[in-house]
Write a protein that binds this ligand. Structure first.
Ligand code: C2E
Ligand code: MG
Ligand code: MG
Length: 743
């Protein structure tokens, strides 16, 4: 008991004590249950050194806690009594040959009482050399010495224990990883699979890392195999075993490697570390790790070492590699593996192409039919993409609905285009969900690398991404190849945002107005406000020149404020000039329409100018309805509807599910897209489609406006189809307000 000690026991503390303890806490090994691996290590230490006690001790704040102990019935000891306090302060073997003669320990209760330590030898152990978390030590109740060879063996055993600690740590990380996987999978309702995987992993991780020893007897030329080693190698418990016989165990090319390694080890004084596969005589396949040391003592060379069965460790490693490399939903490689593969190609400098795929309108499917449906689509696409692997392609899921494909070079750009075209075509198909059909398709961006050129994988991906952006802009379900000017376009996009922000501040933005007419008698039926940028040099740009600014979530908000205020001021002015039936349509981008502050803002601006709600109409494109927050959008639509503000559905026919949206959202008019109007008269089916759309709209008491009418023929056809209103160059081009007389 401590109070019997005549002077207080003190012990040294290293400068890294705080970090060391933090690392120990992080490892989370304290107070865990016994573990076969560590138990095997201390038993091996006892038998190797013929000592009664061996421990693996972790140095906690107040105590040394034993992860494994043999020959002593204790779980822990007070920290101030621990010999290991000294061991962890140095890197080598700390030896006390006789504790009774050592003033540091002679009065220590562990010396004077149980277990009666006289001899102690310990080596520090830890996850790295940085902090010694604890020790592997051997204890005897008689004084004794430790030869250099024995010290070396103890050190090797210490390394094995450190390996076990690292394995423990890895298992913990695996568990964490597994937990994360579990969460992900739970979301996907794959509970059974998840449990099976988890159990397997934990089973593997907790299997014993069997250790055995061997020694080469120089005078007889024989190798002495420890019993455990014989067991691991599947050899008979007794009898001579030649080096040749062991060589014969190794499988395939490992036999040659082993032969080379062992010959090098035999001829030199360097150490041996070899991992290879063996077939044991009883027919089992195993992975083993062989460690060897050479020691020279008074001219006598001794070679000895350890053999470890690492089959389970390799399995875990391979499974982990699998888990790290694959996407759990689709089973395809993930972004990490893709980058690794690209780096390999980077080293080889071979030619290849990289295609980046993105599902068109995936958000719509996800939002309409739920995430399970979205997952189903991704899996279906993944299955189709996998067939490309048979032709040497490397296929990965990069993110959400993005896939990457590395295609081997076929030396012919046309051939490549045909191949990509086929991929796009094969990935356009309908899928049914809840009695409804969604059309799947992909857009693809391709970047190429010629042989012998160096490249950076991230840049390559960015290039394919730029090409993909173009494919999307050009209308989806198609592919684009990267061209160097796209880089310039990306930079240009950033520049546009800066330019338009400046233009907005310096008053260079302006609204033009285009008249809308009742087709029946061409009487005026309002105007659409269209944004223009009047440059300082007098040139006037349409929104196509500064589309990125309208798409930018932040800047587009500022632009909308400007557009709304200018259009409303214009309405006020025209009313004041004597036209009570003024109607101005304003185009509102998706970011703003989904902003829950937008209705309040617009209604307040209308009220401030004492305008009738009928003076304003809002034009939105289908993008507005595609967001996650469809409920919020519907609420906004209803608010406007109740206030008497009309909403019309712009660019009708170009989107994904226009007809569905007509039923779901309270719109008062549809604006048939210019692309349909321009096909009138040349394509019979266009007229059919427009007629059907008009009939449907009318049956829902929705009015129909045709945009982009340029010819009389189009105008007459539209009229005959039953279209109510029209807009187009045939009547008026968009012009500054100053050039328009409202009445
Ligand atoms: P939009 O709303 O569908 O506008 C119709 C576009 O067709 C306008 O192009 C108009 O000038 C053009 N157009 C009208 N009649 C004809 C015709 O007979 N032939 C041809 N070839 N074109 C005709 P603009 O003004 O360049 O606007 C393009 C798009 O930019 C608009 O499409 C709208 O989506 C967007 N936009 C315009 N102003 C604003 C705005 O203030 N805010 C937002 N967020 N978007 C705007
Ligand atoms: Mg419009
Ligand atoms: Mg339009």
């Amino acid at each position: 008991m401590l109070q019997h000690i005549s002077r207080p026991l003190t012990y040294p503390i290293g400068p890294d004590e705080a970090e060391r303890r933090a690392a120990l806490q992080e490892l989370g090994i304290l107070d865990t249950t016994p573990d076969k691996n560590f138990d095997a290590a201390v038993r091996l230490a006892c038998s190797s050194f013929d000592v009664p006690v061996a421990l693996v001790a972790m140095l906690d704040e107040q105590r040394e806690w034993f992860k494994a102990v043999t020959g002593w019935d204790a779980k822990e000891a007070p920290r101030e009594l621990a010999f290991c306090n000294y061991t962890i302060l140095q890197d080598g073997v700390f030896i006390v040959e006789d504790a009774e003669l050592d003033p540091r320990f002679s009065e220590n209760l562990l010396v004077t009482g149980d277990p009666g330590i006289r001899f102690y030898a310990g080596v520090p152990v830890g996850l790295s050399d940085e902090h010694h978390l604890g020790t592997l030590c051997i204890v005897d109740t008689k004084p004794r010495t430790l030869s250099a060879k024995e010290a070396e063996l103890l050190r090797t055993l210490g390394q094995m224990v450190s390996n076990l600690l690292r394995q423990f740590h890895q298992t913990k990380i695996e568990r964490k990883l597994n937990d994360q996987l579990d969460t992900e999978r739970a979301a996907r309702n794959q509970k059974e699979l998840q449990l099976r995987d988890k159990q397997n992993l934990l089973e593997y991780a907790s299997e014993l890392a069997a250790l055995g020893s061997w020694e080469y007897n120089h005078s007889t030329g024989h190798i002495i195999w420890g019993a455990e080693t014989r067991h691991i190698l599947g050899l008979t418990p007794v009898g001579n075993v030649t080096v040749e016989a062991v060589r014969g165990l190794f499988a395939g090319e490992d036999e040659l490697k082993w032969q080379r390694e062992i010959a090098r080890f035999a001829a030199s004084t360097t150490s041996l570390l070899f991992e290879g596969r063996i077939h044991t005589p009883d027919g089992t396949n195993k992975w083993i790790r062989v460690l060897g040391k050479t020691e020279s003592n008074e001219g006598r060379i001794a070679k000895f070492g350890l053999v470890q069965d690492i089959t389970k460790e390799r399995e875990i490693r391979e499974r982990l590699n699998e888990m790290v490399a694959r996407d759990s939903l689709t089973g395809l490689f993930n972004r990490f593996s893709l980058l690794q593969h690209l780096r390999r190609l980077q080293r080889d400098q071979t030619a290849f192409s990289f295609a980046m795929l993105d599902l068109d309108g995936f958000k719509f499917i996800n939002d309409t039919f739920g995430h399970a449906a979205g997952d189903q689509c991704l899996k279906r696409i993944a299955r189709k993409l996998r067939s490309l692997e048979a032709h040497g392609a490397f296929v990965a899921r990069i993110a959400g609905d993005e896939f990457g494909i590395i295609l081997p070079d076929i030396g012919d750009r046309r051939g490549l285009e045909r191949r990509i075209g086929k991929i796009v075509a094969s990935l356009a198909f309908p899928m049914r969900f809840q009695q409804q059909t969604a059309n799947l398709s992909v857009s693809v961006g391709v970047a190429m690398r010629s042989p012998g050129t160096s490249f950076d994988p991230e840049t390559l991906i960015a290039e394919a991404d730029m090409a993909l952006y173009e494919a999307k802009i050009l209308g989806r379900k198609r592919y684009s190849f990267f061209r160097s000017e796209m880089k310039y376009l990306a930079a240009k996009k950033a520049k546009t945002i800066v330019d338009i922000r400046k233009a907005l501040q310096s008053g260079e933005l302006e609204l033009f107005y285009q008249a809308k007419l009742l087709l029946r008698d061409r009487s005026p039926a309002g105007h659409e406000a269209l944004l223009r940028w009047r440059r300082k040099d007098g040139g006037v740009e349409t929104p196509e020149a500064f589309r990125p600014a309208l798409d930018d979530p932040l800047l587009s908000g500022e632009i909308t404020v400007f557009v709304v205020r200018s259009a409303l001021d214009q309405a006020r002015e025209w009313i004041d000039r004597g036209d009570p039936n003024v109607s101005i349509s304003i185009n509102i981008g998706p970011h703003q329409f989904r902003d829950s502050n937008f209705p309040n803002f617009l209604l307040a601006e209308i009220k401030r100018r004492r305008l009738p709600a009928s003076a304003i109409e809002i034009e939105v494109t289908e993008d507005v309805f595609l967001g996650r927050d469809a409920g919020e959008v519907l609420k906004t639509c209803r608010t406007f509807n109740e206030c008497g503000l009309r909403i019309s559905f712009d660019d009708f026919g170009t989107g994904f599910a226009s007809l569905t949206h007509l039923l779901d959202f309270p719109v008062r008019a549809i604006k048939i897209d210019r692309s349909f109007v321009s096909r009138l008269g040349t394509e019979a089916r266009a007229a059919g489609f427009l007629k059907a759309a008009c009939d449907l709209a009318h049956s829902l008491t929705i009015e129909v406006v045709a945009e982009g009418i340029e010819t009389h023929e189009q105008c007459e056809l539209l009229k005959s189809i039953g279209c109510d209103y029209g807009q187009g160059y045939l009547f008026h081009r968009p012009s500054p307000a100053s050039e328009i007389s409202p009445k």
